[in-house]
Write a protein that binds this ligand. Sequence first.
Ligand code: SF4
Length: 320
Amino acid sequence: MSNGPIHSDLRINSYGSYLRRRFSCRVSKVNVDGGFTCPNRDGSRGTGGCIYCDNSSFSPKETVALIPIEEQMAAGMAYHRTRLGSEKFIVYFQKFTNTYGDPQRLGDLYRRALDHPDVLGISVGTRPDSISDAAIDLLSDLARDRYVCVELGLQSMDDAILSRINRGHTFSEYLNAVERLAGRGLEICTHLIYGFPGETRGGFLKSARLLSSLPVNSVKLHQLHAVEGTELARMYRDGSYPPISLEEYLGAACDFLEELSPRISIQRLYGSAPLAIRVAPNWNLKNNQMWYAVVNELKRRGSWQGCRFGDQARAANGEW
Ligand code: SF4
């Protein structure tokens, strides 16, 4: 389904608007912890995890979810109903790697989420190296009559950066995952981060052109930020991780959006952590404040998402 045109005042093709157009009601995502772990922590792909991964939230006992997902869903739905007037929900398997498990267990969890009458579909966060053919078959089967989105963490398309952040997978593994997911009735979301040590804005912007050329439906972008207990926090304190400024992030996010296809909806433009564990940068903004800061910068520029989409291709073709 097309994401439709971008209204001139909105400047950005937001995922919230996309869901509203698609389902004709207010839809919220409700996070659940399915009790998964991560292959970049348990030794099967790596140990130690990504340098920004919150160690304190990772412990063996969390491999078993403490609260049944039905209870988690009920609490999340009640919150969104009261706060936002949401009518329907997408259950978001967010924590760690939510396709990393026996297909039977995956099927049981996903189906339990979909069983609720107010649940339209599921969103499943995972790593590009951790989605088996059996998991894709299962998700594709569920997607025949429900909304199913697979959220792939790419973070950077630069293998040198992926290696430096101990990501444990390569760019080509991401491309391979997208290729295997494409054409299976699934939506694909890609997660990106800007602000890695040594990263340039020009290098980051290549990802807008890349995603525009792939069957990716939505994007989540946020600034790199360090929380307590991570390798990144240690690097911040020894000076090897200089956080980017808010101005640099706003400029890069706007450049990114201008080059990104207007077909792709934007799920997120900011990452925040509770004050108690936040280390750097400390911009003290709420999600919607960052969203409007980006919209205002696009307005100031007289630009919008996709206004420069295709410029590179046209330049390469000698059209100008
Ligand atoms: S893939 Fe996700 S859960 Fe695993 S180490 Fe990286 S950030 Fe943490």
